[in-house]
Design a protein around this ligand. Structure first.
Ligand code: FAD
Ligand code: NAI
Length: 467
């Protein structure tokens, strides 16, 4: 029997990054993966394919709506959906095979099969035809990720009633798409199919979209997305979907209770959140504790309740984000190798890749108010930014929140062009505990979108120049 220093179960961004860093630090490593390709949710059916479709559908939308104003005449663009989906699949393939290459390069053994923990230091692998083999490990990392949360009364068949996975591969553009959940998946994939021609209705239980994000940002986001054609049914819930006929009949009722109304749809997307995936891992048998939301409980060093077994990524507490899982992967590998791995949960950006993008890092205004922290907010609109005007990207703003007493930046929230790229600068500043004045005094190239960040920082500290 082979004994490894480390066996990682799951090859998503948490697992594969952990494996690579551990191998770089000199450990012998194996990764057990049940699926045919590496990369987990993110590379196969998550971040990567969704961003491929978001990019291409945005290009399609721009060609239709922005090109004439730019003075470019191309006629009416025609959609070649199979080619668009093929591009997405090619991007996925390039990324997943990239992980296989990195495993080879770092001498990591990739083992195809479902892993279960048969005791401390012991992993049993069941292959695709039911055969089993055992491997030993000085340390085990659970990186088994998450799965979509089902909604009672709504049976997902991945054809007409789909999860995000089905929504990434619809063979034709639906005439009417109903999205359940105005979270990140609902807004991103709702945007994709709206741009390609679907009528999209988003049903959300709460009275706002994107719970957890800064309220002002979410409100502005909703206004812009509504202008683009997304219809929002807030404070509403889906009581069930009748799939007996050719047309899906979605029963929508007020969240507080009341009369149900029927909305007709060709496709329904269920996107009400994700939950940890731990099926068949043998957690109970091994005595690994989970919380009331089925998340594997870990301490600040990612140790589970059983010695030598660690967990990270979507299967543990914290935001379900690929970069959070990756950073935890690095930290866990370093801890196992005897170093001081650490993740700063105060500076994890979140990005919604709609158009315009929405990006946040640090605390929201709501959180600061609830914590009783005195702060100053500085805002700058993209309508006053030269580069944004040239790009016809005038919607949105940057908001910098700074501590009223110390001027330290506590949060940055951006809705606007390339917000997901722009937020990186705020992360660097906050990681180094920078102040709004620091950010406002740093020289930013002109004309760039990032000048809006500088101006918002100046507004939080004293006064912006260009407003
Ligand atoms: P996963 O990526 O879920 O990987 C877990 C792996 O473990 C899987 O490959 C699974 O097959 C394997 N596995 C599970 N059990 C076993 C077992 N017993 N034996 C062997 N293998 C097993 N996040 C972002 O940051 N940015 C985005 O833009 C973004 N977009 C997304 C879009 C969609 C549509 C979805 C669904 C998610 C998106 N996410 C995004 C979230 C992101 O995908 C997850 O946060 C991330 O993949 C979590 O990484 P992980 O390594 O913890 O788990
Ligand atoms: P989510 O948690 O972002 O949003 C779910 C939404 O559904 C919430 O607004 C919630 O109030 C609503 N909801 C819950 N139950 C409902 C019901 N019965 N009826 C109507 N609405 C209901 O979850 P989502 O969008 O499924 O995404 C899952 C996770 O995947 C996210 O939390 C995020 O971490 C990750 N993700 C990240 C992306 C990114 O970083 N760009 C993109 C896509 C997913």
């Amino acid at each position: 029997m082979t004994t490894y220093d480390l066996v990682v179960i799951g090859s998503g961004p948490g697992g594969y990054v952990c494996a690579i860093r551990a191998a770089q630090l000199g450990l012998s490593v194996a990764v057990v993966e049940k699926d045919a390709t590496y990369g987990g949710t993110c590379l196969n059916v998550g971040c990567i394919p969704s961003k491929a479709l978001l990019h291409t559908s945005e290009m399609f939308d721009k060609a239709t709506h922005d090109f004439p104003a730019f003075g470019i005449e191309v006629g009416t663009p025609r959609l070649d959906l199979p080619a668009m989906l093929a591009h997405k699949d090619a991007v996925v393939e390039a990324n997943t095979s990239g992980v296989a290459y990195l495993f080879k390069k770092n001498k990591i053994d990739g083992i195809r099969g479902t892993g279960s923990i048969s005791g401390p230091g012991k992993v049993r692998v069941t292959d695709t035809v039911g055969g089993t083999s055992d491997i030993e490990a000085k340390a085990i990392v659970i990186a088994t990720g998450s799965e979509w949360t089902p909604l009672p009364g709504v049976t997902v068949d991945e054809k007409r009633i789909v999860s995000s996975t089905g929504a990434l591969s619809l063979p034709v553009v639906p005439k009417r798409l109903v999205v359940i959940g105005a979270g990140v998946i609902g807004l991103e994939l709702g945007s994709v199919w709206r741009r390609l021609g679907a009528t999209v209705t988003v049903v959300e239980y709460l009275d706002r979209i994107l719970p957890g994000m800064d309220g002002e940002l979410a409100k502005q986001g909703q206004r812009i997305l509504a202008k683009q054609g997304l219809t929002f049914r807030l404070a509403s819930k889906v009581a069930g979907v009748d799939a007996s006929g050719d047309v899906l009949k979605v029963a929508v009722e007020p969240a507080a209770g009341g009369t149900a109304e029927t909305i007709e749809a060709d496709i329904v997307l269920v996107a009400i959140g994700r939950r940890p995936f731990t099926e068949g891992l043998g957690l109970a048998e091994t005595g690994i504790a989970v919380d009331d939301r089925r998340r594997v409980i870990v301490d600040e060093h990612f140790r589970t309740s059983v010695a030598g077994i660690y967990a990270l990524g979507d299967v543990v507490r914290g935001p379900m984000l690929a970069h959070k899982a990756e950073d935890e992967g690095v930290a866990v590998a370093e801890i196992i190798a005897g170093q001081a791995g650490h993740v700063n949960y105060g500076v994890i950006p979140a990005v919604v890749y709609t158009h315009p993008e929405m990006a946040s890092v640090g605390r929201t205004e709501e959180e600061l108010k609830a914590a009783g922290i005195e702060y100053r907010a500085g805002k700058f609109p993209f309508s006053a930014n030269g580069r944004a005007r040239a790009m016809l990207e005038k919607d949105g703003f940057v908001k910098v929140l700074a501590d009223a007493a110390t001027d330290r930046v506590l949060g940055v929230h951006i809705i606007g062009p390339l917000a997901g790229e722009l937020i990186g600068e705020a992360c660097v500043l906050m990681e180094f505990a920078g102040a709004a004045e620091d950010l406002g005094r740093i020289c930013h190239a002109h004309p760039t979108l990032s000048e809006a960040i500088k101006e918002a920082a100046l507004a939080a500290w004293f006064k912006p120049i260009h407003l």
